[in-house]
Ligand binder design. Structure first.
Ligand code: FE2
Length: 500
């Protein structure tokens, strides 16, 4: 009766065991082996032959119902046991669900941690030095850790032409080049539109895609590199690492949204740095242009000294390097050389352009150009480093120079270096009223006054490397004065260009 009712209610097949309680353990085993939440258990003794016996019904995990007859005492025990088993199964199932949820969360945390680690790592390697960084350095710093971070065998960066974004300019590879530049260009062209709003992921399972017909490039993620509305290019992560490594704990065959997201984040960082690099480059170019404009302003006052500042700057940079100065100091001294006579802007034409010897009053006026140079430049924060050389390039080693009569090592090294180079160029350059003297004679004069007018150690270094100085002098070509464009058909040009 019970079995029939259970079967009817549950729509299940009813299996009846004629044998009695010994089956209990088998039933329990079956319940225990179950993956499913199971059993409705019940007892009924209405149909039993004697009042101390009853029928047990148990819904099994496979969907059937098992019924058998037992004595009452054993039936109660079997029933309780079965219910306990069901509770255990339910508990085990809940535990399994929680474990699965926990595993998923752990995987998410691992992925997030890896993403954060990669972003942090890229942020530190892509940190721009104050002087900017070349595209080569930026790519090599970022692409190599990026490839390892997302588990790609290599990453290609394809950049567009700086002046025409429709043209591909340069391609950089981290790791082995797995396909040709031509293939990359085709791939980018095929995905250009899609990549403009989301990363493009293609794996081996997408072999029907007409783009993947290259055995060496079997899977990739393509991300557009853009910042501030400017397209820089694309990054393409090629071929997923097929083996698990410590660096790629989540590695598996093919790229997923995890790698696409990582590549997109890193590409955004790279794009921001490319934008910053361009800004720094523009700032440096503006700075250089301003310095050249100042030099032009000086040399426009005295055309016969055309090129003097540039030559002195080159000699000074060379001598500074030979004297063991670090590269940063060499560049500072070069810049100082360009500007060392900026104060001559303040000298009257009659004195500045006078051919022949100056009298004492005129000499006193010309000697004010070092102070004038300091006054012109000292408020410019970016040029503060050049002030010692501008102010002290006419000091003499024995203390007889100007403006402050400093002596020996009290004279800043920039001033001592420029003093040697300024004198050498002045002696060996032609002037309207005299020809430049031979280099050998200039060297003799320098050596003759070493320790008096000039730092003896610098004179020794300079003269020992006179061939280098000679090459600099012979190789230097003064820049031509720009000639402004004239109106065409009576119309002025809207963009005025100069010949640099
Ligand atoms: Fe000077």
């Amino acid at each position: 009766m019970l079995c029939k009712e259970l079967g009817r209610r549950l729509g299940m097949e009813v299996n009846r065991w004629e044998k009695q309680d010994p089956l209990r353990s088998e039933i329990v085993d079956m319940v225990c082996e179950s993956d499913e939440q199971s059993a409705i258990t019940s007892i009924d003794n209405n149909d039993c032959e004697t009042s101390d016996r009853c029928e047990i019904g148990l819904q099994l995990p496979d969907g059937s119902v098992a019924c058998w007859e037992s004595n009452l005492e054993t039936a109660q025990s079997s029933l309780q046991h079965a219910r306990t088993i069901v509770e255990l199964i339910e508990s085990a199932n809940q535990r399994a669900e929680l474990q699965a949820e926990n595993d998923a969360l752990t995987m998410q945390v691992v992925n997030d941690f890896e993403e954060l680690s990669l972003i942090r790592s890229l942020s530190s390697v892509m940190e721009l030095p104050s002087g900017g960084i070349s595209l080569d350095d930026l790519c090599s710093r970022s692409l190599i850790p990026l490839a390892g971070g997302i588990g790609a065998t290599s990453i290609a960066a394809v950049f567009v032409d700086e002046h025409d974004a429709s043209k591909f300019a340069t391609t950089w590879w981290s790791g082995s080049q797995v396909t040709s530049d031509q293939r990359l260009a085709e791939l980018i062209t095929a995905h250009r539109k899609e990549a403009s709003f989301q990363p493009v992921v293609r794996n081996k399972i997408n072999a029907f895609d007409h783009v993947i017909d290259d055995e060496a490039l079997s899977e990739y993620v393509l991300v557009q590199c853009r910042s501030e509305g400017r397209l820089h290019g694309w990054l393409i992560a090629c071929n997923r690492c097929s083996e698990l490594t410590e660096d790629t704990p989540w590695a598996q065959l093919g790229f997923t949204t995890v790698q696409a997201s990582l590549l997109e984040t890193a590409t955004n960082q790279l794009a921001a740095q490319l934008h910053n690099t361009r800004l720094i480059k523009q700032k440096e170019e503006l700075f250089t242009d301003v310095v050249r404009a100042l030099v032009n302003a000086v040399e426009a006052r005295d055309p016969y000294t055309c090129g003097h500042s540039e030559r002195v700057a080159r000699f000074a940079r060379c001598l500074a390097g030979l004297a063991g100065q670090p590269e940063e100091a060499c560049e500072r001294i070069y810049l100082t050389g360009l500007l060392h006579d900026i104060g001559k802007i303040a000298i009257p034409d009659g004195v500045l352009q006078k051919p022949g010897r100056l009298d004492d009053d005129e000499r006193a006026i010309i000697e004010t150009h070092t102070d004038a140079g300091w006054r012109i430049l000292h408020e410019l924060e970016a040029l503060r480093d050049v002030l010692p050389g501008v102010l002290y390039h006419h000091e003499q080693y024995n203390g007889n120079g100007y403006p402050d009569g400093l002596a020996g090592d009290k004279i800043p090294i920039d001033g001592r270096i420029l003093a040697v180079c300024d004198a050498f160029d002045a002696m060996t350059s032609d002037r309207p009223y005299r020809d430049g003297m031979p280099i050998a004679k200039a060297v003799s004069i320098l050596q003759g006054s070493a320790g008096e007018s000039w730092d003896p150690a610098l004179i020794e270094t300079f003269c020992a490397n006179i061939d280098k100085m000679k090459a600099i002098k012979q190789g230097h070509r003064p820049r031509k004065q720009a000639s402004r464009p004239l109106p065409v058909d009576g119309q002025p040009l809207t963009t005025l260009t100069t010949n640099k």
